[in-house]
Every structure is written in C-alpha cells, then in structure tokens.
Unconditional design. Structure first.
Length: 636
C-alpha cells in the first residue's frame, strides 16, 4: 500500500502547523495582478476548454481567490471550516449540510499546491489554515458509513457522495506532493474518501439510482481510479470497481446509445458531467488494464451523438435533436473537448482541432491583455461563478485532432458516409424508439415512445430535418407549447406529441407494420410511413420518400399544426399559391400546403451562426396535408 510521504518537520514547524483559532488566522491577501502580466501565464493556463472546464481565464480565479479562501469559517463551533460563500451551487443550498459546496476544497488545494511565479498562495500559511479547516469540516459532514448529504441535514444521497469522490480524489493527488500539512491529516482525509468510494460501490440502492441518473454514479469511476493511483495495492476497491464497471456498461447506457438521465436521454448532463467523469477516468485508466470500458462507453455514445447531431455546412455549430431531453435544455453543441477522441475517431467530429485550440488560446490571451489587469467581477449567489471544475482537469491528459483528422472523421459521419438508409434505435427499459431516415436530399429524425420525464415532457414525433446543403432547417423544441412540432386540438394547451406516442411503421405500403425491437436495427429499404393516433379520433401519417417528407393530418374539427423552422436571421418566407420557399446558403427548402386556412409566423428566437427559430402556425379543420422538400423535391 502506497503511503503519503510528508516532509520531516521540526517541532517548531509542527506547532506552527497545529490547530489555530480564528484569531490566529492571518487574512489571505488579494493577488496583485498589476504586478503581473499576461505573459506570466502559459497558454494552457489561460485557456478555457469547451465543456466541464473554467468559465473564465485563470487570472479571474487568481484575482478572486482571496474571497473564496477568506470565506472559510474560522470561528470555533460546528461551522468551522465551512466555505460560507455562495459561488458554487444554488444560493438556497449554500448550507453547512451540503457537501457539494465543499467541492471547492479543490480550488483551495489547487492554489496551495501550484508552484508558479504568479501564484502567491503556493505554500501560503494563511491559505493552509483555511484548507485544513475545510478538510476537517468535510470529514465531519460524513455519515459513519461514508455517505454525504446535499439538501438537508442527514439527507445522505448518491450525488453528494459520488461527486465528493471525484473532487476529493483530485484534491488528494495534488496535496500528496504539495507543501506540508499537519501530519496525519491527509491519511484521515484519504480514509474518509475511501469510505465514500466504498459505500458508492457497494450500496445497491445507489447502483439502482445510477441506472436512472447515470451521471451521478459515474463520478465514482473517476474517484476510485484517482484513489487507486495513490494506493494501487487497494485490491478491494479495484475488484469492486471492475465489477461495477461491467454492470454499469450494461445498465447505465441504453442499447440505443444514450446515457440514462431520468430514464431517457439528456444533452446537458451528457456534455458536462458525463464528459467530466469519462475524461478524468480515462486520464487515470488509459495506461492500466481498466481503460477499455471507458473507450467502449465513449464509442457507443459517439454513435448516438452523431445520429442526433448532423454537421452544419460551416461546422461552427451542431444543432441537436433536442426535443427528447429529459432534464435540461440545449439547442446546440459547439465543441466537445475529450481526450478519448484519440481512440474514438467519431468524436473528432465534435472536438476542437489543434489549429482551433491554438486560435482560441491566442484570442483569449489577446482579450486578457487588452483588459489587463481587470477581470470580471465575482458574482455572489451565482450557481457557478467560482467552481471546482475550473481546476479539476488541468493536470489531465488532453488530445486534439488535426484539421485533417477532423475531416477524415467527418467523412465517416452517418449522413456523409451514406446518402440512403433507415435506421432505428430502441431502448430495452422503456420502448423509446428513435428512427433516422437518410435520403439523398435530406436527413430526418423521428422520436417516439412513452413520456419518461413528465416534468420535462419531451416532444415526440418529427424532431429534426437536415439537408447537406442547408444543415438543420427544422428543429422541434423541448417542453415547449409553442415551438414544438405537432398538432394541437382547439382548446388544448399542448400538442398531441407531448403525450406518449406509439406509432406503426410501414415500408412501401406493407400490409403488416414493421416491428420495433430493442437495440439497433436497419429498416427495409423503401418509402417509410409512420402512422399514429391524435387523441381518440385523430390520425397522423408522416411519410419519407426520396423527394421529401409528407404529413397528413386527419382530425375532426379545428386544429393548429406547428412547424418549427430554422431560418436565416431576418428571413420571412412569403406564402404564394399554397407554397412557401425558405432559403439557406442559396439553396431552397419548399413547404407545400393543402387545406390550410391561415398561416402565422411566431416571433423569432435567436440561434447560433446567424440563424433563428420561427414556428409556422397553420390553422386547419378536419384535414391538412403538407410536404417539406429540401432542394428539388417532387410535389405530392
């Protein structure tokens, strides 16, 4: 078993390091940025990697560090060591029972241990006193079985415990080789962290919760691997981790390819917490025998991402099949910085290239220099104005593709590799079914199944339409009553597609519907028609052929059809003889309408890359037929 090696200290030094009262604590002084220059920082230090990284360049955190450190409670009593500053997590949860607040111990440890000429807090005694008090407080929060609480005293839960293992795992690795602390403290912190890891890996209720909220459980992959880097002889933790990893690959990721969040897919958690968990786990596992599960997990999810995030012609952004989200809301993805792109080529489509990273760092440096020594103010009572993710991955392995490697990966994107396929992915836990149709002129995504997240209420049905020349030109919106694709009966608040949707799939008019099954399957070649009910009396058919997408709505009485289009900013298509023509990149998308009574465009909602979302509301009665033709389609 590897032991923490501390410097041999004199008796005077030991007494200096020993417990000090608040009255003995010297203040942590502000860093004087005017005595420094941007040139004192490396490009990597100033950088703000995409996703799960710092929100500001490093001088911001340096300038405000004294406020975080001086917020550590020094008075004797049960709050001693608590970080009493609302800059990480929700303001209402900034309470001494919330272990998530104490994840900022990593921020304290990072400055205390980082030996750089611009860092006055390296080995700083005032910083050490607060760091030690915060570590003591963190240990006092822990239940005897290793769990931590988040939303109330003794309300032990999985997120507080599993996240603790990740952030404390990195903290301990920093402190292990850093300036001295009170002898014995690190051994006790390490034991407390191991207890938290052990309870996450052995508590069945936590594993069951991880099946529904896999981002929460996945923190322990990173935490346990960081622990094993410190203590490679801990066979019990290694064996438990290997066992749970095998189970997790089968239970935390759907056969459809998504990570479970509230039993369904979610982009926000996939892009941030899962991304962080995988990145840190890969850093610690990539040169051990434990790396392959993480490569497989990333490869599985990369296929899912590609199917739901086709490339835009300019490649600056990816608009998402977002109406399926179960917890958060994301319209698009810019870049996803992951070291696993080195071993999962499909992820290179979404990763920033080395050339892009160099340009980004140059732009950040120029901005910092132009404003030096000023930095943005610290926002108090803000969810993440000063959080530990700013420091979590700074030591971790990074990898970026070249521009050529990105282009090679892009050629393997499903919509580029083939111009004709129909593919379906179905979950085995809930009959969530996602159908992907590629034809030479377009690509379409159709979402179906139960409503697994009633609070978020994903919008089902037609979710995304894309053309190789225009990019995404149609995007249904999560949890929306006005910008989600679908049919709304008179007097209804929501489109029918906000309810469970269990369609029939028919290819080339076959008498028997094609049956969905869990997993990944190709549909037979031919024109696909998807049939489903609208309430008790209505019926809808969505057809996909080579020329475009045809929708037929049969609905007794008056109803409204909502069509959420992605337009060039400022564009207002004009109806002409039952036809609207939209233009993107000088290429047309034509909408043909029959039986429509009135048309009305919604106010625009801003999207990236000079685009906006505008929903066309079509009033009709009894029946409506329309057809969307990217490029030169054929009329119905």
């Amino acid at each position: 078993m590897m032991r923490l090696i501390l410097p041999v200290l004199s008796l005077a030094a030991v007494l200096t390091l020993h417990h000090a009262s608040a009255a003995d604590w010297p203040p942590v002084e502000p860093a004087d940025l005017s005595a420094l220059s941007p040139g004192d920082f490396t490009d990597e230090e100033l950088d703000m990697p995409d996703m799960a990284g710092p929100n500001f360049p490093l001088p911001y955190y340096l300038a405000h560090f004294h406020r975080l450190a001086n917020a550590v409670v020094g008075e004797e009593g049960p709050r001693r060591g608590f970080i009493d500053l609302s800059v990480w997590r929700r303001p209402g949860d900034n309470e001494p029972y919330n272990a998530r607040v104490m994840e900022n111990i990593l921020s304290l440890a990072w400055f205390y241990t980082n030996d750089r000429p611009w860092n006055p807090y390296h080995g700083d005694d005032a910083t050490r006193l607060r760091l030690e008090a915060a570590l003591e407080f963190w240990m006092s929060m822990q239940n005897e079985d290793g769990r931590f609480s988040e939303y109330g005293p003794n309300r032990w839960n999985l997120p507080a415990t599993a996240f603790a293992t990740k952030f404390m795992g990195e903290t301990l690795l920093l402190l292990e080789s850093g300036p001295p602390l009170t002898p014995g403290l690190l051994d006790r912190v390490k034991a407390a962290n191991r207890k938290a890891i052990h309870t996450v890996l052995t508590r069945e209720a936590y594993f069951e919760q991880g099946k529904r909220f896999s981002n929460q459980y996945g923190n322990v992959w990173a935490g346990a691997l960081a622990h094993l880097e410190q203590d490679p002889g801990d066979g019990e933790i290694r064996d438990l981790l290997v066992e749970r990893l095998d189970q997790g690959l089968r239970h935390f990721i759907s056969p459809a390819g998504f990570f479970y969040e509230h039993n369904g897919p979610d982009w926000g958690y996939a892009f941030v917490t899962h991304h962080s968990n995988l990145g840190m786990a890969w850093h610690h596992a990539r040169e051990t025998g434990l790396a392959e599960p993480f490569r497989k997990e990333q490869a599985e999810w990369a296929e899912w991402l590609a199917l739901n995030a086709p490339p835009e012609p300019d490649l600056d952004v990816f608009l998402l099949n977002r109406a399926i989200e179960t917890r958060q809301t994301r319209t698009h993805l810019t870049r996803l910085e992951t070291p696993l792109a080195e071993v999962v080529p499909l992820m290179r489509i979404y990763a920033p290239t080395r050339e892009e990273v160099a340009k980004r760092r140059a732009a950040i440096r120029a901005d910092v220099a132009a404003n030096w020594p000023d930095v943005p103010g610290l926002r108090i009572r803000d969810f993440q104005s000063y959080g530990p993710y700013a420091f979590l991955h700074r030591r971790h392995h990074q990898w970026h593709p070249t521009d050529d490697e990105r282009r090679e990966a892009l050629a393997r994107h499903p919509v580029n590799a083939r111009d004709r396929f129909a593919h379906q992915r179905v979950d085995d836990r809930n009959p969530l079914a996602y159908t992907y149709v590629r034809r030479p002129n377009y690509y379409a995504v159709f979402n179906a199944g139960p409503q697994v997240a009633p609070r978020r209420a994903p919008r089902l049905g037609l979710g995304l339409l894309w053309s190789p020349r225009t990019g995404v030109f149609f995007q249904s919106q999560t949890a929306s009553d006005s910008d989600a694709w679908g049919t709304k009966s008179a007097g209804m608040n929501r489109v029918h597609e906000a309810s469970p949707l269990f369609p029939e799939y028919r290819v080339d008019g076959a008498a028997e519907p094609w049956k969905s099954q869990p997993g990944k399957r190709g549909l037979p070649d031919g024109n696909l028609h998807i049939h489903y009910d609208l309430g008790e009396n209505g019926r809808k058919i969505v057809g996909f052929d080579d020329g475009g997408v045809t929708v037929i709505v049969e609905h007794p009485g008056e109803f409204t059809e909502y069509l959420p289009f992605v337009l060039d900013r400022g564009e207002t298509p004009v109806a002409d003889n039952g036809k609207l023509v939209l233009h993107r990149n000088e290429h047309p998308v034509t909408l043909r309408l029959r039986e429509a009574k009135t048309l009305e465009w919604s106010s625009p909602r801003s999207l990236p890359n000079g685009r906006e979302l505008r929903t066309l509301r079509v009033e009709a009665a009894d029946r409506l037929a329309y057809r969307i033709e990217p490029g030169d389609g054929n009329s119905p």
